[in-house]
Design a protein around this ligand. Structure first.
Ligand code: PLP
Length: 411
């Protein structure tokens, strides 16, 4: 049969293996532990010689069904699910890095990821933050002890688009693990495997879950990296297919020891949300483009950051890499217009810190997610004090534009 489309694949992935009673969804297996008729089988599963489940902290059939869906969405090799996006990032790096190692990160990152990387520095793992919109900056920061490069696709809040292909080529040539956080684009708009990513992060809390009602994260190995070249894989995990070594260490040394587990109930919730990802994304991208154009033409707005606007510095790159520009946009206001007055007047749009919800959300950036950095570092990163970030949802577009219009004083 021909390769199936994105949505067909997600909808029917549970039924790739028979389900009890002909159910169309995988059931929620909430058991914390799994029993064996023969203790030898328990040992085989425990030692990774045989597939199966022993204890819910390391996985359940329900989280495995979600992992399988994400692997298919990313056209990857294997996925591990976690209790949040941050759990996925922190656990993976905890499992893969040692004191004395170094890694390079984009400086345009989700604030909590920046904070996490600074904590790694305290534990003896050094990080260099560079402008990753140009692979040359990443190359200049590489050292003999550089173990990985970490980037996001479209950065939040100012929507810089990473030089994803250039960095992919660099990491391939140097044999360095390339980690791409695909949260903002989601596998519906972009597959990091296409630019050579080794590991892909998705916060499932955002577009994949989509409804703003469940937290989760995932890490997918694309199968491209040769883990036999990676110095930090323990002998315990050098078993079978070399493509699985990294993810095995992340599941065992990471998920098992850290315990940042996704619950089966939440995994089921997220899997149901994921079924409509492509439909929601199409509406989100259309709404975001319309809103970006509306704001860019508005006299009270000085600047709009959205990769779908022709004036965006990486407009051409976004067009060539992504099938849509996602739903994150930010804008600055003219002097004398208070961002809190505008936010206070919005009737549909909710002042909230999340993103990737079906509902449109707005947040004053400097005073919240960039608050801890202080004014100087904010200025260095180009974060204006009036900056408002919008996570565009799937409302009817005319209602959305009307809400922003009235909040900006158009009626
Ligand atoms: N990565 C990106 C790009 C994000 O924007 C976020 C959260 O906003 C995360 C990771 C963390 O995800 P979570 O909130 O599920 O921990």
């Amino acid at each position: 049969m021909n390769k199936r489309g994105f949505t067909t694949t997600i909808l029917h992935s549970d039924r790739a293996k028979p389900i009890e009673h002909g159910a169309t969804h995988k059931p929620v297996h909430s058991s914390a532990a799994f029993g064996f008729a023969d203790a030898r089988d328990l040992v085989r599963v425990f030692q990774g010689e045989q597939p199966g489940f022993v204890y819910g902290r390391q996985g359940t059939p329900t989280t495995a069904a979600l992992e399988e869906k994400i692997t298919r969405m990313e056209e990857g090799f294997l996925t591990v699910a976690f209790g949040s996006g941050m759990a996925a990032i922190s656990t993976a790096l905890f499992a893969l890095l040692r004191a004395g190692d170094h890694f390079v990160s984009s400086s345009f990152l989700f604030g909590n990821t920046t904070s996490l990387f600074e904590s790694f520095a305290r534990l003896g793992v050094e990080v260099s933050f560079v402008d990753a919109t140009d692979a040359a900056n990443v190359e200049a920061a590489l050292r003999p002890e550089t173990r990985l490069v970490f980037v996001e696709t479209i950065a939040n809040p100012c929507t810089q688009v990473t030089d994803l292909a250039g960095i992919g080529e660099l990491c391939r040539a140097r044999g360095i693990v390339y980690v791409v956080d695909n949260t903002i684009t989601s596998p519906c708009l972009f597959r990091p495997r296409d630019v050579g990513a080794s590991l892909v992060v998705n916060s499932l809390t955002k577009y994949i879950g989509g409804h703003g009602n469940a937290l989760g994260g995932a890490l997918t190995d694309t199968g491209l990296f040769d883990w036999s070249r990676y110095p930090n894989i323990s002998g315990l995990y050098k078993k079978g297919d070399v493509r699985a070594w990294g993810i095995l260490q992340i599941r065992k040394k990471g998920l098992r020891d850290v315990g940042a587990t996704l619950s089966p109930e939440t995994a089921h919730h997220l899997a149901v949300g994921a079924e409509t990802l492509a439909l929601r994304m199409a509406r989100t991208c259309g709404n975001a483009q319309a809103l970006a154009e509306f704001l860019a033409a508005h006299p009270k707005v000085t600047k709009v950051y959205y990769p779908g606007l022709a004036g965006h510095p990486q407009y051409a790159r976004a067009k060539s890499l992504f099938t849509g520009n996602s739903g994150i946009l930010s804008f600055e206001l003219v002097d004398g217009v208070d961002c809190f007055d505008v936010l206070g007047k919005l009737e549909i749009v909710i002042s909230s810190t999340n993103l990737g919800d079906n509902r449109t959300l707005a947040i004053p950036v400097a005073q919240t997610i960039y608050f801890e950095l202080g004014p100087e570092r904010r200025a260095g990163l180009g974060i204006a004090e009036s900056l408002i970030r919008i996570s565009v949802g799937i409302e009817d577009p005319e209602d959305l534009l009307a809400d922003f219009g009235q909040a900006l004083g158009d009626r």
